[in-house]
Design a protein around this ligand. Structure first.
Ligand code: GLN
Length: 213
């Protein structure tokens, strides 16, 4: 069940800050991320074209279908500006397909599928199987206060090689499902689909901390 309000979980620094977070709105669960940002009291806008990247403090790349988001990013001519913004340090949170789009190497990519980069990791698409193998689980995320994090896995990837990135989330069996490197965070799961706002709140705290430096 999605709780009616998660606002109490937002930290004072996030709630009191004039952040604007972009949500890449080419395909996928854009609305669900917007609802979490609403509940955390954070302004947001949809990113579909290069001009939409101007003035945002951070970007969420939602789950969906990474090959479709990749293709649409080229059609909408937002791919190259997005790659530049990531390289210049724009804070980015990628969830599921968003993680795949941030990864340097993708196992199981369709022919011609490209990514934006940002995380030097190898991910395997659909590593748990198809839609019917979707599941919910508790994830160990030691950086996040309040114990294990609730997460939905829907045709989710697994991170097979973390290379230079730090591991931030693991399944109870030890599989790696979250990494961070510099300004990029990628998670294989969907906290936004199960009423879990702590991952967003933690990431937003990091965005605020980065903006204040
Ligand atoms: N399997 C999808 C892909 O490869 C990701 C699924 C999701 O984002 N829930 O893009």
């Amino acid at each position: 069940m999605f709780p009616t309000s998660l606002r109490h979980i937002a930290s004072p620094s996030v709630a009191g800050n004039q952040l604007t977070i972009g949500v890449l709105a080419l395909q996928g669960d854009v609305r669900e991320h917007e609802l979490v940002l609403d509940d955390l009291g954070v302004a947001h806008c949809q990113v579909r074209s290069p001009v939409d990247l101007k003035g945002i403090d951070g970007l969420i790349i939602p789950g969906g279908e990474s090959s479709v988001i990749d293709k649409l990013s080229r059609i909408f001519e937002v791919r190259e500006p997005l790659i530049s913004a990531i390289a210049e340090g724009l804070p980015v949170l990628g969830t599921c397909a968003g993680l795949i789009l941030l990864s340097s190497t993708v196992i199981g990519a369709i022919e011609g599928q490209q990514t934006f980069g940002g995380l030097d990791v190898e991910v395997e698409r659909n590593a748990f199987g198809g839609q019917l193998e979707s599941f919910e689980s508790s994830i160990e995320m030691p950086l996040i206060p309040g114990g294990p994090v609730n997460a939905a896995f829907i045709r989710a990837p697994i991170i097979r090689d973390v290379r230079g990135c730090s591991i931030i989330a693991t399944l109870p069996n030890g599989e790696i499902v979250g990494v961070r490197s510099g300004n990029c965070v990628g998670i294989a799961f969907h906290p936004e689909l199960v009423g879990e706002s702590r991952v967003h709140a933690w990431w937003l705290d990091a965005v605020v901390a980065g903006a204040q430096r």
